[in-house]
Write a protein that binds this ligand. Structure first.
Ligand SMILES: [Zn+2]
Ligand SMILES: [Zn+2]
Length: 133
């Protein structure tokens, strides 16, 4: 079974491919994710040794907090990656994957901080803050 997934940014300057199964998508509604994306952050994750990034020079890393970096394409601005300090996994934006992605949302976090212009009504678990599940 070929469990490879491909994706990239809007302009194509950054491309990636992953090997192996991907985690369910976690939607983060915190204020940082809201500001960066204009909506919320929906990302799967993958072990760092199972993702290959083409055009990594075009990824700019921005630190919104003391514990993680956010990677985006410096050419087109697409949000792509979230990397917690010292973690072996990198989060990858679900929307960056080619369709069909085979991904689905597992649950929502930081719902207490979500934007006031939309509802979360997909029936998936909602946590007011983070969730370590
Ligand atoms: Zn780009
Ligand atoms: Zn967030």
């Amino acid at each position: 079974m070929n469990d490879e997934h491909r994706g990239g940014c809007l302009c194509g300057a950054v491309r990636f491919s992953t090997r192996g199964p991907l985690r369910e998508v976690i939607a983060c509604h915190c204020s940082q994710c809201r500001k960066q994306t204009g909506l919320y952050y929906a990302a799967t994750n993958v072990a760092r040794d199972r993702i290959e990034v083409e055009g990594a020079d075009n990824v700019t890393w921005y630190r919104a907090s003391d514990t993680a970096s956010r990677g985006f394409c410096r050419v087109c601005g697409s949000a792509l990656f979230w990397q917690g300090d010292g973690e072996d996994y990198v989060s990858v934006m679900a929307g960056a994957f080619e369709q069909p992605s085979g991904l689905s949302i597992g649950y929502h976090i930081f719902c207490a901080d979500k934007g006031d212009f939309y509802e979360i009504d997909d029936g998936k678990p909602r946590y007011p803050q983070g969730c370590t599940a």
